[in-house]
Structures are given as C-alpha cells and as structure tokens.
Write a protein that binds this ligand. Structure first.
Ligand SMILES: *Cc1c(COP(=O)(O)O)cnc(C)c1O
Length: 408
C-alpha cells in the first residue's frame, strides 16, 4: 500500500478562498478595492478593541508600531523580546536601530514575567510579548508590569487570531498589537507579504500611526505572488512532479515578485482571501483542538518519552510542537519520518545574548519537532504519525548508542 503523505499545512483553504481570489481577478480589483476596509471592519468586530489597520505583513505592523513608539519616546532604545522567537521580530527591531534584549522563556516557551521585570532598565522602550506557536503568554501580568514600570507593551499575536484571555482578545493588550496572514499562521492569505494588521490602542500612538498610514501605498505584484503561492505551496504535492527545470523557470519568474515587500497596506486580493479565512476560523479551530487532543492521548501512551510544552486540553495551538528526548538528534528523526512521507519542521533557533542561556529555550527549543495538523487529518493518520515518531526516536537512540560505543 502506498504511504499517505502527511504534510504540514501551509494554508487551510477551501472553495471560498479560491472563489474570492477569482472574483478579484475577474473584477480587476487586485491592488485596490473595497475588501480592505471590509477586512478592517471584520477584524475590528472580532477583536472588539483598538483601531485596526490592515497592512501587507506582520513585520510591517510591528515596524509601524515600534516606529511610532520611538517618536513618542526617542531617548529609549531597548526592546525586550523572548529569547525563543520568530526571527522576523529580531529583524525588525534591529532594522530600526533598536537594541533587542532577549529574555528567558518558561516551560511553555513564552516570556517569564519575573525575568522580564529583571531586564527592565531606564532605556527600555517596549516589551514585545509573543504568543509562541499560538500558546497564550502571561499577557495580563505583563501588561500590568509594563504599566507599573512606565514602559510600552506590544502584543505580537502574529500566530493567533481570535484567541482570548479572560474575555480579551490576543492582539488587544498593551499599546499596540500585531497580526500576520502569512503561510503557516492561523489566517493565511498567502506567503509572507500577503497581509497582517496593526491594532492600535494607545491614543498618542494612534495619531502618529494614522499620519504614517496615510502615506502608505497598497501592495503590488500580488496577482503573481498569489499564483506562486498556490503553485509552490498548495499544489506542492502535484507540482513537485513537474520537471525540475520547468520549476526552476517558474520560480525564477515568481521570485521577482516577493523580493520587494516593504511597508505597504494589504492588497484587495489578499484582504478578500483573509476574510474567507476569518469565516472558516471557528470550524478549523474546533477541528484542530480535537486533533491536538488525539495527538496528546497517543503521545502520552509512550510514557514520558515526548514532551508537549504548550499542550493543554481545549487549547488552540497554531503549530503543534513536540520535544523529543534529550540526546536524540532531531534532524536524524526528521529524516526517518520523511522516509515514511511525514513532513516535519524544527523549532526556531534561540536568540540569546551569549549564545547559551541554559534555560528552557536551549533545553526544549532545540528538541522541538512540528507534527502535521491539517483540517482533514483522520484519527488513524495521527496514530500513524505517532507510531512513526516513536520508531524514529528508538532508531536514533540505537544509532547514538552505537556511535558512542564506536568512539569509546
Ligand atoms: C510570522 C511572525 C511575524 C511576521 O509576520 P510576517 O507577516 O511574516 O511579516 C512576526 N511575529 C511573529 C511572532 C511571527 O510569528
């Protein structure tokens, strides 16, 4: 029997997304159109707090927010970030000439409040709180800390949309929030550059951001970027069979489109797709929570071989990360899983001051493997993935022992 491909989903689209995109093409409303305002309105209703600006990426939202804060407080230049974070965040902070101050994360891979308090200095401009892989950080406490210490707080909810803590939506804490609609997030309009949102709650910041937003142009080249995303990501299992050279040619042609991202507002085409994703989000969320529960039951059968640092019953996670046992090479496991047609990904690299923090980011972060959770994954697929993972870990363990014996 041929093995079924267990791929990580880059986007969970169905007909409405394709239909919406087709209608943008037919009506020639790719760059500009009425759906941008519609998306801002829908997000505003969903989040129920702050003023929403739809932009072309999470990075654009973060940059506009940080730039605004720099205007309000030009003498401060330190930005507290989790040491375990998406590299895009570090990139934006550095690009603005600000100094990233990496702070320890806890066993859930999110910022530790006590470590944040210790790291606040007279030069701290803002604390950037990230809900890693969708797992909510201790944002209420961190908001109180920021207020008490007189520093700003950014709520980077790029990886989650529509999750809440005590009735308040992630992305609506602190002075501004960030959402992203790039691939592998929970609302996906395309590859990075396809969309994001800035949620502004601080009144002084709002005035600065409004002025800046008025100068931004809509994203361009999105028709080609959309087709490239469908071809390269969504149809990957088919297009990968097309000749290697043909793919090279196509990629060359498409690559030109995603090079120039820059600060832009979202395109009408991407806004249309994002709106469809917001509509299907509650259904996709339910399914995902069920699948995560199934994974947890399967993995717990393996005793304490695997750790699920972010799992909790009924918690939505945008990406499901499992920590494999200490001493096992994650890359080796991934190769063994790939042979079983199971696609995986590693966690983010740790960003720390000296390169070795010794904390959870080092201990857990380097052992993380992301497992496939797609919308029509069946219970037996989950069982199969978990079985293959157990076997891969056992095989790697044996090989590690053999290598050690050999060296000794
Ligand atoms: C993905 C991501 C971003 C950047 O979003 P883009 O739309 O890719 O620019 C920012 N912060 C976090 C935490 C992210 O995961």
């Amino acid at each position: 029997m041929p093995m079924k491909h267990q791929n990580l989903p880059y986007a969970d689209w169905s007909w409405p997304e394709f239909r919406a995109a087709a209608s943008a093409f037919v009506s020639a409303q790719i760059s500009r159109g009425p759906d941008v305002a519609e998306l801002e309105c829908k997000l505003g209703e969903l989040l129920n707090d702050g003023r929403v600006f739809a932009v072309n990426s999470g990075r654009t939202a973060l940059q506009l927010g940080l730039e605004g804060l720099m205007k309000l407080c030009p003498q401060k230049d330190e930005v507290i970030i989790p040491e375990f974070v998406c590299p895009a965040v570090v990139g934006v902070v550095k690009a603005l000439g600000l100094r990233p101050v990496p702070v320890e994360v806890g066993s859930d891979l999110n910022l530790r409040t006590d470590a944040v308090i210790e790291s606040i200095s007279p030069r701290t401009l803002v604390i950037v709180v990230v809900h890693m892989y969708g797992c909510p950080a201790d944002i209420e406490k961190l908001e109180n800390v920021a207020r008490a210490k007189g520093v700003f707080l950014a709520d980077d909810a790029a990886q989650v949309v529509g999750e809440s803590v005590n009735g308040r939506n992630l992305g609506t804490f602190g002075d501004f929030g960030v959402l992203s609609f790039a691939q592998s997030k929970c609302v996906v309009a395309g590859e990075s550059g396809s969309g994001g949102a800035l949620i502004c709650r601080n009144g002084e910041l709002l005035a600065v951001v409004e002025d800046r937003m008025a100068l931004l142009l809509p994203a361009e080249g999105r028709a080609v970027a959309f087709l490239a995303f469908v071809w390269n990501y969504l149809l990957a299992s088919y297009t990968a069979r097309v000749s290697y050279y043909w793919r090279r040619v196509i990629r060359l042609f498409f690559a030109a489109s995603d090079r120039c991202i820059g600060l832009r507002t979202i395109s009408n085409l991407d806004a249309k797709v994002a709106i469809c994703q917001l509509v299907s989000l509650p259904r996709r969320r339910e399914k995902r929570i069920q699948t995560l529960g199934k994974y947890a039951r399967e993995l717990l059968c393996a005793g304490d071989l695997f750790k699920m640092p972010q799992y909790a019953p009924n918690r939505y996670l945008a990406r499901f990360m499992v920590a494999i046992p200490l001493g096992i090479d994650p890359e080796e496991c991934r190769v063994l899983l790939r042979r079983k047609s199971i696609q995986t990904r590693l966690g983010y690299p740790t960003y720390s001051k000296g390169g070795c923090s010794g904390g959870y980011a080092e201990q857990l972060g380097r052992r993380l493997i992301e497992l496939p959770v797609y919308s029509n994954i069946a219970d037996r697929d989950v069982v199969e993935v978990c079985g293959a993972l157990r076997k891969a870990v056992c095989a790697s363990k044996r090989q590690a022992t053999i290598r050690r014996d050999f060296i000794e």
